[in-house]
Design a protein around this ligand. Structure first.
Ligand code: SF4
Ligand SMILES: [Zn+2]
Ligand SMILES: [Zn+2]
Length: 322
C-alpha cells in the first residue's frame, strides 16, 4: 500500500477517499480537511478570538492541535461535569495537553461553581444523563464565550457525530433541530458564533491523527453513555459505511447542500422568541432558562415556577453531544 501523495509506504487507508497515506501526508490530509471546512463555511477570520470546547478526548484535542497548526491559535474550555473518575481523568488529559503545547485552558467545575453535578442534575430534572449533560455544556460553553468576549466557539463534532445526529433528527423529522444542523451557527443576540471544523473528518481519522501526532487522550467511554441513542445510530451507520464507504459523508453533505435550507426557517423562528433568563441572562423562551431550572431543582433552591414548553427544553440544542 503506497501513499497517494508521495508514493512512500502508507500507514493508514481512508476508504471513504479511496486513498492511503504515509504519516506526514495523513497529518497533512487531516489539516487540509479542517482548512477546507473553515474556508467553505467561512467559520473564522484571521485575528478573531476562538475558544475550543475541550473534553480530553481525541476529537477536541485533535481539533485544538490542528487549529493551532493551521495558524488559528485558540484557548480551550474544559467543563468539569462531576461524572466520577471519568471527569477527573478527562480533565487531567486536557490539562496535560494544554501544558505540553503551552495553550491556555479555562476550567469550569459545575460542582464548585453551580453546586451540582451532572448525575444529580439529571435525576433532579428528570432528564436522561446525556440530556442534562448536553444542556449544561451548551449553556456553559456559550456563557463563558460571551463573558470573555470570544468571537467564535469551536466544538469537536466530527463527521460520525454529525451523521448520527442527522440520522436521529430525520428519523423523527425534528424540523427545528434540522434547521440548526449546520457546521456554522452565526452569532445572534446572546449567542456566540458556533463552528464545527471537524465536519469533514471521521472518528477513525481523528483517533489516527492523535496517535500519529503522539497526543494522549482519554480512551475510555463516559460511564453514562450506555443507552445513549446516538451510540445505536452510530452502530447502524457504521454497518452501512462498512458496506458502502462514503455513505456518511454523502448523507451529511447531501443534506447540507440539498435539504438544510428547507428547515432553516424553523430554527430561526425558535431563536426569535427568546428573552433573557431572569436568573442568569441567557436567552430563553421562558422566564428562567433550562439550566437555571435544573440547578435550582438539583440544589433545592426555590425559584418562581415557569411554564415549561418543548421549545424551552430544546432552545439551543442539537441533540446529544456524542
Ligand atoms: S456520554 Fe457524553 S453527553 Fe452523555 S453524560 Fe457522558 S459526557 Fe455527557
Ligand atoms: Zn506520503
Ligand atoms: Zn439562566
Amino acid at each position: 500500500m503506497k501513499c497517494r501523495r508521495c508514493r512512500e509506504p502508507a500507514v493508514i487507508d481512508v476508504r471513504r477517499h479511496n486513498a492511503a497515506f504515509c504519516q506526514p501526508c495523513f497529518l497533512h490530509h487531516c489539516r487540509e480537511q479542517v482548512r477546507r471546512a473553515i474556508d467553505e463555511f467561512d467559520m473564522v477570520q484571521p485575528g478573531e478570538r476562538m475558544l475550543v470546547a475541550v473534553s480530553g478526548g481525541k476529537d477536541s484535542l485533535g481539533l485544538w492541535h490542528i487549529l493551532s497548526e493551521l495558524g488559528y491559535p485558540a484557548d480551550g474550555l474544559y467543563i468539569g461535569l462531576g461524572i466520577g473518575d471519568y471527569s477527573d481523568t478527562s480533565g487531567r488529559y486536557a490539562q496535560e495537553f494544554a501544558d505540553r503545547f503551552g495553550y491556555t485552558l479555562r476550567h469550569v467545575d459545575i460542582r464548585d461553581e453551580y453546586g451540582f453535578d451532572v448525575p444529580t442534575g439529571s435525576r433532579a430534572a428528570k432528564r436522561a444523563p446525556c440530556s442534562a449533560c448536553g444542556l449544561s455544556k451548551r449553556h456553559l460553553f456559550n456563557a463563558v464565550a460571551m463573558e470573555h468576549n470570544y468571537d467564535v466557539l469551536a466544538t469537536g463534532h466530527n463527521l460520525d457525530d454529525e451523521a448520527a445526529v442527522l440520522f436521529g433528527n430525520v428519523l423523527r423529522w425534528e424540523a427545528g433541530y434540522l434547521g440548526r444542523q449546520y457546521p456554522i451557527l452565526p452569532a445572534t443576540d446572546g449567542f456566540v458564533r458556533k463552528v464545527k471544523p471537524l465536519v469533514r473528518l471521521g472518528e477513525r481519522e481523528l483517533a489516527a491523527y492523535c496517535v500519529l501526532s503522539d497526543i494522549d487522550y482519554i480512551v475510555e467511554e463516559c460511564p453514562m453513555a450506555a443507552g445513549n441513542r446516538h451510540l445505536g445510530y452510530k452502530e447502524v451507520l457504521n454497518t452501512i459505511e462498512e458496506r458502502s464507504p462514503g455513505s456518511k459523508a454523502a448523507f451529511v453533505f447531501g443534506f447540507l447542500e440539498h435539504a438544510h435550507h428547507r428547515f432553516a426557517g424553523d430554527a430561526t423562528e425558535e431563536r426569535e422568541d427568546l428573552g433573557p433568563c431572569t436568573v442568569c441572562g441567557a436567552p430563553t423562551p421562558g422566564d428562567i432558562c433550562a439550566f437555571c431550572r435544573m440547578q435550582a431543582r438539583a440544589t433545592g433552591t426555590r425559584i418562581p415556577v415557569t411554564v415549561t414548553t418543548s421549545a424551552t427544553m430544546t432552545a439551543e440544542g442539537a441533540e446529544l453531544d456524542h
